[in-house]
Design a binder for this molecule. Structure first.
Ligand code: PHE
Length: 339
């Protein structure tokens, strides 16, 4: 029996040293020390031993048991440690490795300049409003003093959805929406897309952007319009910018004007960019027509107002010295990265 026990100790020692996983260890423990294990089987033979042998073998059996238990414990620690080392190795992060360079985008020139324009008007106490791009004929034309048979409709080459609904051809539609919903004093700008059935060329696109301005209050005059636009242009283009008002006609303003700014290249002498004019046309403007005010329920014996409509593309082209509007829509990064 002594032999058997020592044999078992030897075998166990080898088996445990070569165990690879915690499950291996557990299997070995059960097969050696479990209720139906090898040790129990050996000890069943104790009955046949003499009274002197019995305590000796008993003691040896206990030694073998605690040897095996210690060995399992020791092996368990070793396995856990090496598992952890393995895990740490696989999760190592080499902070000296070259990284991927993030590509940082930037805003489109139209957005950049629109933000500048908004900031200037916000500085003068204006709020920013928006209106729908798919608009009722009523807001785009009718309420602006342009009835169905008015020749001004022809010049706008409108996209019709049906008889009553159009893609708005001007942001002036927002003037009416604001005046219907807000009592004076009103001081707003309304930037947004407008649509006209124009062929694409260097200065035309079927989709472009306008910025509408509207001020309605007591005692508003053409002087307020001129002063406001003057401050706006000088802030945007510098103190040397000179404005020129030319008489014009819009059905929804009276009097009306087209407003030009002195050429930023030649300063007014005349050059290739301004086609020898010395000035560049930037917007339409005027005093809001009394009929438009009254249709919106505004008392014209108390209130008056001015309105203007700027072409954003033009402003951007003048501001950033771009000679072809198509560049603004091509999304060519070689172009866009210059700004
Ligand atoms: N809506 C006009 C246009 O698109 C511009 C304009 C706006 C004129 C406001 C006067 C007042 O041509």
């Amino acid at each position: 029996m002594k032999e058997q026990l020592l044999n078992m100790k030897e075998k166990a020692s080898q088996a445990l040293t070569s165990a690879k996983t915690l499950q291996d260890l557990e299997d070995i423990r059960i097969s050696l020390l479990g209720k139906k294990g090898e040790l129990t089987a050996i000890l069943r033979g104790m009955g046949g031993l003499s009274a002197e042998e019995r305590p000796v073998i008993g003691q040896l059996a206990n030694e073998v048991r605690s040897f095996i238990e210690d060995k399992i414990e020791e092996q368990k620690k070793a396995l856990v440690a090496s598992e952890r080392a393995e895990q740490l190795k696989s999760e190592t992060l080499d902070v000296t490795m070259a990284g991927k360079k993030p590509v940082i985008g930037k805003t489109h020139p139209l957005t950049t300049v629109l933000e500048e324009v908004k900031d200037i008007f916000i500085g003068m106490g204006f709020s920013i409003v928006e209106g729908p791009e798919v608009e009722y004929d009523y807001y785009n034309f009718e309420a602006l003093n342009i009835p169905a048979d008015h020749p001004a409709r022809d010049t706008q080459d409108t996209f019709y959805i049906n008889d009553n609904v159009v893609l708005r051809s001007q942001t002036s539609s927002v003037q009416v929406r604001v005046m219907e919903n807000q009592k004076p004093p009103i001081r707003v700008i309304a930037p947004g897309r407008v649509y006209r059935s124009d062929a694409v060329d260097a200065t035309h696109s079927p989709v472009f952007h306008q910025i509408e301005g509207l001020v309605v209050d007591k005692g508003i005059t053409m002087g307020d319009l001129k002063g406001t636009l003057e401050v706006f242009m000088k802030t945007l283009y510098g103190n040397d910018a000179v404005l020129r008002f030319r008489p014009h006609h819009f059905p929804f303003t009276e009097p009306s004007a087209e407003v030009d700014v002195s050429c930023f290249v030649c300063g007014g002498k005349g050059c290739r960019v301004c086609k020898g004019e010395g000035f560049i046309e930037l917007l339409g403007a005027g005093m809001v027509h009394p009929k438009v005010l009254e249709r919106c329920g505004i008392d014209t014996s108390v209130y008056s107002g001015f309105a203007f409509g700027l072409g954003l593309e033009r402003i951007v082209m003048r501001r950033l010295n771009i000679d072809d509007m198509r560049h603004l829509y091509d999304n060519d990064l070689r172009f866009l990265n210059q700004f």
